[in-house]
Design a protein around this ligand. Structure first.
Ligand SMILES: [Zn+2]
Length: 115
């Protein structure tokens, strides 16, 4: 996949992980993670608890290894690379944050409509 696509995938993971972690876990710490993709260094700042840090590093590794181009949604991938237990955790938090972000978007929409 292109580096830009990779970066946007990283941003999406970060956003979804952080939202879920803030709402459901405690003791978030600041982490700075450097990833190397297509010989480019990508720095990302994470605000997550220890468990989520482990899980998002795992997700980053899977993404780096992803052989598909274009990358399908992981949910519809013909050759899923996540271990089942890890996938369950990630799928759950992505669904949670997806709903939250959906709600936020709807709220914003209605606020604009009223004005
Ligand atoms: Zn967490």
């Amino acid at each position: 996949m292109q580096t830009d696509k990779f970066k946007s995938e990283i941003e999406t993971l970060k956003k979804f992980f952080e939202l879920h972690c803030m709402d459901n876990h405690k003791n978030q710490k600041h982490h700075c993670k450097q990833l190397i993709y297509n010989d480019e260094k990508i720095n990302t700042d994470l605000e997550l608890c220890e468990d989520c840090i482990h899980l998002i590093h795992y997700s980053f590794d899977r993404l780096i290894e992803c052989p598909h181009d274009p990358k399908p949604r992981c949910r519809t991938c013909p050759s899923p690379c996540y271990e089942k237990s890890e996938w369950k955790k990630v799928a759950k938090l992505m669904r949670y944050s997806g709903i939250q972000l959906g709600i936020l978007k709807i709220k914003k929409f209605f606020r604009i409509k009223k004005n």
